[in-house]
Design a protein around this ligand. Structure first.
Ligand code: ADP
Length: 374
């Protein structure tokens, strides 16, 4: 048994089917106390189903949920240590802000004086003091979502489950609420389990992220690890920008793959997981992945770095992005003439459309995944 002081929530081998369709399979996660943990993935991958199973609004076909060493998946929703916040604020339109927040506490039979003090406390916490008699329809989207959060917090949950709580807000308000949410979570030391399909939001907010795809967890890691060391093609494509270079496998050895690109160019990449490609060397195509900021544009007199991959190309677009420029170039000399690569660089000012460029990137930063060519 692991140390239960450090262990908050343990999800063991959860499976869920709807009719003939698998919504979740083999979900194993450990979420630590005080962690901001995100479930990230495209629409339909099972994030909300998992959250609803945790909340007790849905039951799993198989698997267990443990909370601080105690099994809770057979408990009814109201006896679980969670409160849930939904994308649509789900406020009662005919009740004031005060009554919306007090509603759950009244149901639980909390004493009137205690209700008043708890509602006042969460209103202050959410910067909503003075709003208690307002009706929901008179509030902005951001204020309504703050009321929904206040309502969840008034129950004093140890863990808050948030299902795309910011998705309905416009961009500016959303960014503001992201910051507020993170500060609040830290200040109160709560565990947050946060569902989102927005990789930037997950990267910004989370201590750790579980990337989900088609009912499975693909990777659990910190935002930085996820970006720098994706464990699958899916994660590499879903999080951040990347270049993909299609070529033919020439050789594989001890974690490295050599890829031919056109007649002469050989590129080297690191294989992630099992050695990718089961086909015959010299015949099997595969893709190398490299992040745009890892491409270094070589100036005319620069010496190439020893052992690095190099490609040449013609610049077709330069986009100024404030702190960096995005240089897009068409690779020349490859079998596939239409390969467009992107480099993020602070050398953008000296590069213009039509320039011939030489670009280098380290084999260490070049990844190839099993499954990409199958
Ligand atoms: P996400 O939250 O990642 O968008 P969901 O958890 O809502 O995904 O859905 C996962 C899969 O389960 C989807 O294919 C969805 O259509 C299906 N699903 C979800 N809820 C139900 C339901 N009540 N009945 C049947 N299928 C469902």
């Amino acid at each position: 048994m692991q140390n239960s002081n450090l262990l908050n929530l343990e999800i063991r081998n959860i499976h869920k089917r709807y009719d003939s369709q698998t919504a979740l399979s083999n979900i194993d996660l450990v979420i630590r106390k005080g962690e901001f943990f995100s479930l990230l993935g495209p629409s339909g991958c099972g994030k909300s189903t998992l959250l609803r199973i945790l909340a007790g609004l849905e039951s799993a076909d198989e698997g267990e949920i443990w909370w601080n060493g105690r099994r809770i998946d057979q408990l009814p929703a109201r006896e679980r240590p969670f409160n849930m916040v939904f994308q649509k604020y789900a406020l009662f339109p005919h009740l004031s802000v005060f009554e919306n927040i007090a509603f759950g506490l009244r149901l639980k039979g909390v004493a009137t004086a205690e209700i008043r003090s708890r509602v006042d406390e969460v209103l202050t916490l959410m910067s909503l003091a003075g709003f208690s008699e307002r009706m929901p329809e008179t509030l902005s989207g951001g204020q309504q979502q703050r009321v929904a959060l206040a309502r969840a917090l008034a129950n004093r949950p140890e863990c808050v489950l948030l299902d795309e709580p910011l998705a309905a807000l416009d961009q500016k308000l959303r960014e503001h609420m992201q910051t507020e949410l993170r500060l609040l979570q830290r200040r109160l030391g709560l565990t947050f389990i946060f569902v989102t399909h927005d990789q930037e939001e997950a990267m910004l907010l989370s201590d750790r992220i579980a990337v989900m795809n088609a009912g499975r967890v693909e990777q659990v890691s910190t935002p930085r690890e996820l970006y720098e060391a994706p464990q699958s093609v899916f994660c590499a494509r879903f999080v951040g920008r990347r270049n993909e270079i299609l070529g033919t496998v020439q050789r594989r050895d001890a974690g490295w793959v050599d890829l031919s690109f056109g007649d002469r160019v050989i590129l080297r990449g690191r294989s992630v997981g099992a050695t990718p490609g089961s086909g015959v060397d010299g015949k099997t195509e595969t893709r190398f992945f490299v992040r745009p900021e890892r491409l270094r544009i070589l100036t005319a007199n620069a010496n190439p770095s020893e052992g690095w991959n190099t490609l040449v190309g013609e610049v077709v677009q330069v986009v100024f992005r404030g702190t960096y420029s995005e240089v897009v170039f068409a690779v020349t000399g490859g079998a596939n003439e239409s390969t467009l690569l992107r480099a993020f660089t602070d050398e953008g000012a000296t590069t213009t459309v039509g320039d011939q460029v030489r670009v280098e990137f380290s084999p260490q930063e070049t990844h190839v995944f099993s499954g990409v060519d199958e």
